[in-house]
Write a new protein. Sequence first.
Length: 302
Amino acid sequence: MTTTLDQTLPDLDSWVRYFSEAPIPVLRHTVHELDRMREDADRVNGRALAGVILRDPLMTLKVLAYIESNRRKRQTTDITTIERALMMIGIDPFFRDFQNLPLVEDQLREHPRALVGMLKVTARARKAANWAREWAMMRHDMDVDEITVATLLYDLAEILMWCFAPKLALQVRQVQTEDRHRRSADVQAEIYGIHLYELKSGLTQAWHLPPLLNMLLDHEKADHPRVRNVQLAVDLARHSANGWDDAALPDDFRGITDLLRIAPEALFNKLGLESEPSVVAFYAQTRDGATHAGNAVPPAPT
């Protein structure tokens, strides 16, 4: 178990170095599932194993970092999905090399509130990844698995902060709870001393993750449809976690309907919100109000 941080580190390079050298923990449920599959390894297929790994953003990260650190000189193709990574590693070598993994629950044993926070962000990442995958299929994306992985890892820096700097992460959560109008990025920069998107970028380079994944994780490239696919799923998961009346959701809905070229009603149906009149009314009122006023609804903090 790695000692947690109580205070911020001096600069971005210090944070990147700390996380890139720390043993990354995974969820206890992940370890239990892997142990169960290990007992019957001869009958395990890559798709089933990938399904377990993709339930855990940190385990997903560990596999991608592993494949890059063990990259063969003759390997010229980047590995950007978990199934392809498992094909390169092999089932038996995977079970051999991924044993005795550190656990998130042990790491945060003395910080139960932080564990809850970390699990919430992880659940949010899963939800975002599921939405992103569905939308990528609707868009006939060239590789929906890449979109799934990128979305799952999008909030990686936030998850790591919950694991290794729980007191600081709780401070961020407290400020956000007290003032929901403040942008998350501003609160995080104030307390951590860095922007988490910069930390994410630094870590993807430190772990030598494929350039394609780096691109899909880059919010500044949101004009690209694939990046937009990832970003919108992450935004929707984050904002809807506050309730389906969150002020940022109308902008999310508009962005998604534009991306997928579908009507708002079709989107609500896909999200399972067709029976939520308050959501439909909220969106219609905001949209019509903006039209009648002759201006757009101002974007809400994210």
